[in-house]
Write a protein that binds this ligand. Structure first.
Ligand SMILES: [Fe+2]
Ligand SMILES: [Fe+2]
Length: 300
């Protein structure tokens, strides 16, 4: 596909996604019927999606149910903090020259992410004592400028959305979960399918732009970007293993449990499964020279 044809088809996608966002627009503050309280003994997350699944580290149902509650809070908190930070990066760019022609869709994106941030935090505030504090991430604050900086922001958003979608797609139709949780996961999955469709096109566009700028300047930022994006993928899967969640679920030696679970071959296989789609995308687009999944000990 020539660049001109690719750009034309991207603009068609943008128009279609913007129309769909307008059509599907909802009021997050009235959309959900929040129950008075959550019933004791409910599973808040399917045990197969818990971070210790397949490791044999936690086996009794009471502890697993407690962990399902705390890992739901961790999961929602990751969205609240992660997307808040990335939204501010998008907001900083939205009406700059390079982004002007995408600003229509990006307004939908910011509006929808603002709704997600609200309903995930609302769940934690109502039923679980609030969101977890923002995790420290050396990667979140990396200063990258110009086209490579733009690419890294949207690559991070895409990785983030792929992880969420893996969970949301399954939990949004999981009969084990209480209705409110199913509804939140399903609503998020619905919006994110548009974000991921946009994100893939936009990341590729920003990558091509960064490479073209490099050519003019006699610079090559590709290796640095690949290294950073892979490190972010590793950091993102690691963030699903929160020692605070283990401790609050009554699990002894939370740090040891975290370390052991992260290295477990069943868990490594899970990380690769969650990341498979986005990993393939980065390779197919020429953004990666080798798959993240091929890294030895990628998530250790
Ligand atoms: Fe979201
Ligand atoms: Fe999103």
């Amino acid at each position: 596909m020539t660049n001109a044809v690719a750009e034309a088809s991207f603009h068609e996608v943008l128009e279609r996604l913007s129309e769909k966002s307008s059509r599907d627009f909802y009021n997050p503050y009235t959309k959900f019927s929040w129950p008075e309280a959550m019933a004791e003994g409910d599973w808040w997350m399917n045990p197969e999606l818990l971070s210790v699944h397949g490791t044999g580290l936690v086996t009794d149902e009471t502890s697993l149910k407690a962990l399902a509650r705390r890992e739901t809070v961790n999961f929602f908190s990751l969205h609240v903090h992660g997307i808040r930070e990335l939204m501010s990066e998008v907001a900083r760019r939205i009406h700059t020259p390079r982004f002007a022609e995408y600003s229509g869709y990006l307004h939908h994106f910011i509006g929808e992410e603002n709704a997600h941030m609200w309903f995930f935090a609302e769940f934690c505030n109502r039923y679980a004592g609030g969101v977890y504090p923002e995790p420290a991430s050396p990667l979140a604050t990396k200063e990258a400028h110009g086209a490579w900086g733009d690419l890294l922001v949207f690559a991070r958003i895409l990785i983030f959305e792929e992880i969420f979608d893996y969970f949301n797609a399954r939990l949004g139709r999981d009969p084990l979960l209480p209705e409110i949780l199913r509804e939140l996961h399903a609503a998020h999955h619905h919006d994110e399918s548009r974000h991921v469709a946009f994100g893939k096109k936009f990341v590729k566009h920003l990558f091509d732009l960064a490479c073209a700028e490099d050519q003019e300047r006699g610079h090559d930022g590709r290796a640095g970007a690949e290294e950073y994006i892979k490190a972010y993928m590793t950091y993102s899967v690691q963030s699903l293993y929160n020692p605070r969640a283990y401790r609050e679920a009554g699990i002894v030696e939370p740090l040891t449990v975290r370390r052991t679970a992260l290295r477990h071959p069943v868990r490594e296989e899970f990380h690769h499964r969650v990341m498979a789609r986005v990993d393939r995308f980065f390779v197919a687009g020429g953004i990666f020279t080798t798959p993240w999944g091929a890294l030895d000990g990628a998530v250790r």
